[in-house]
Design a protein around this ligand. Sequence first.
Ligand SMILES: NC(=O)c1ccc[n+]([C@@H]2O[C@H](COP(=O)([O-])OP(=O)(O)OC[C@H]3O[C@@H](n4cnc5c(N)ncnc54)[C@H](OP(=O)(O)O)[C@@H]3O)[C@@H](O)[C@H]2O)c1
Length: 747
Amino acid sequence: MLGSWSASGLAEGRRLVVVTRDATSPDPDLAAAAVWGLVRVAQAEYPGHIVLADADDSPESAAALRAARASGEPVLAIRAGTILVPRLTETGREEGGPGGEAVGTLDTRGTVLVTGGTGALGSVLARHLATHHSARHLLLASRRGEAADGVDALRAELADLGVSVRVAACDISDRAAVRALVTAADPPLSAIVHAAGVLDDGVLDALTPQRMAKVLRPKVDAAWHLHELARDLGLSSFVLFSSAAGLLGNAGQANYAAANAFLDALARHRAARGLPALSLVWGPWLHAGGMAGAVRHGPLAPVTDEQGLSLFDAALASPEPVLAPLLLDRAWNGPVPELLRGLLRRARPTAGTTSQEEGPGTWRRRLAPLPPGERLAALVEAVRAEVATVLGHAGADEVRLDRSFAELGLDSLAGVMLRNRLSTLTGLRLPATVAFDHPGTEQLAGHLLDLLGEALPQREHEALPQPEPGPVKSLIAPLYRRMSQAGQEVEAMRMLVVASMALPTFPSELRQAHALPPERLATGPGGTALICFPDFYPRVATGIYGRLADLFAGERDVYEIPYPGLSGGGVVPEDWHTLIDLHTETIQRHFGERPVVLAGYSVGGCTAQAVATRLTEAGTPPAGIAMIDTYHVTGENEAEQWLLGMPAHRAAQLGELFDELFDDTSLVAMGAYTRILRGWQPRPAGAPTLLLRAQDPLPYLGEHPPGGSAWPPPVDIVEVPGHHFQLITDRIGTTTSALRTWISTLP
Ligand SMILES: NC(=O)c1ccc[n+]([C@@H]2O[C@H](COP(=O)([O-])OP(=O)(O)OC[C@H]3O[C@@H](n4cnc5c(N)ncnc54)[C@H](OP(=O)(O)O)[C@@H]3O)[C@@H](O)[C@H]2O)c1
């Protein structure tokens, strides 16, 4: 079905919504789960074209489908009409599970069956079970059995450790063979680790029923046989080796993804029936051989044997039936799969660069200013660099122009990945076969230039006055800056506020999908963590708290919690309550019972106050709230020039550099945050509250309140030297000292 749709639907630019039933519920439909895994890969192969919604069968959920489709989320679940979006979260620290101290054990009193036990990870695990879990009876099963590579050495090593090993040649997708294996075990089985599997990668269009079955059999059929035939043996552990290919969707692995999604669902199915179950959704292992080399890494860092095995031990301590022992590559700067967005953010662009450099249609903008005669050469080099990337080469010069794609080793998967990249960079809708319809780099570049032709200026003199290629030229940023420079601060903010109505928003029900993790800026032994909320300005480089954090380094932990949509993305909360609920839950999740002081500079103080009140209402009040020159915004002053002059001041000061630093969407998001704050009034937060007030008046003309910033009682006010902007820059030393002194007085 997906194949026939891709032929027609893609060409017409349509979107397909695939609805599965109960594929991801706690007691899932196992077949639907396999389809879910397969569609995850289809989504990776046709980015932006497929929505995957897993619904229950309530009429409310059917009615919510339209809203689900409009949410812009590519993968979601609908339960009793409520839309849920999946995000992986860290687990186990509290209970001492993965990431914590405790390790679990496998019951090795009987025989432990390891399927795929002669493979790369199976044999590593067999040794580990002997050395760390005191296994004395191991049954290692694979089709080749004794004939598999390295079996003699493995057997000898295990024998030295006092283990009695039986290596069985058994196709575990064969039910009768599994029955014989399971019943003949002596002593009887006490645990099973199912690590058998095969790969047969290929793009969806190329997957035949035979290629699907080849990969499904050793995972799906085998796991089901093991589940049924060992059901009455009283096993203590039933561990399945699964892969992130299903969860995250790896292009080119639809069969493998379906198989692994089935394993995850089987673990839930067993757990729902009170049977032992643990499916481990592995990312890549560094281990040479086996499937490791075939797993693409993306934002997942490969685990060493030692890391993988200690994650295995930790996972055994958890009651969760499905865990993803993944190492995240914090330096990853590519796209982050939706499911990882609560844990990993794309590395922040620094000043002067923008994430749009590689964004949709980038190449059109790069080619437009070039004289027409130079465009083909430029495009050849650009295509060459992309071919190098998908082939895993270090640089474009490793792609010889006199070689065809076939000679260069471009397979169907690499072809699809290349098509996806080229579609994004050119802004053109390209067929999956585009790389194979043209023999090599130069011919493909020529074809793309023909397609782009109409979108590019045709005559040289039209091309010349164009500015340097680079980020999309912004419109709103220079307008906001010029109005600020002209003293029209109120109108400038009004423009951002009005424009912000066009930004996509997320409702309260979907807030968790937009949660951003706290970013640690400094570490120190102090028990109380300082959690800072910025003002509504899009962050540049280290942000406003970089220097404050440096001064607290070695003393206490300092974190910053960013606002969703403010730096890139532009999807903002629907209203202030949604934002405050989101931040409150982020703090509860990441800090638990730990004492925290919430701080906020300028309007960030309002956020700190509102979150503190919500935490107090939830029974977990913060140790204190520190506002750094925060003004109390009311219906009377919200449109005053002196108030709106604060954000405008930065624009006026930076001049044209401002236009480079801030993109339109981020600035409009600032307008959105200013808008949703309107009408909010603080209530006593039930925690000690400090206002660090700037001694000097705001450094621009215009009437402003005498005495400076103010906040409704109860609040301790401490005056610090400098004006509003200096408190967090030139005078940060005295600001930090005052804050430090106050924190030391807290109970
Ligand atoms: N390595 C990684 O980076 C990685 C990442 C994520 C998940 N995983 C998962 O971890 C498991 C082990 O991976 P690996 O890297 O160790 O792969 P591997 O070296 O290829 O091992 C797979 C094992 O499965 C056996 N096998 C395949 N079909 C079988 C069948 N029908 N009956 C019995 N045995 C069969 C193979 O032996 P025969 O060919 O002799 O049958 C082999 O011993 C797999 O389930 C994989 O999905 C691995």
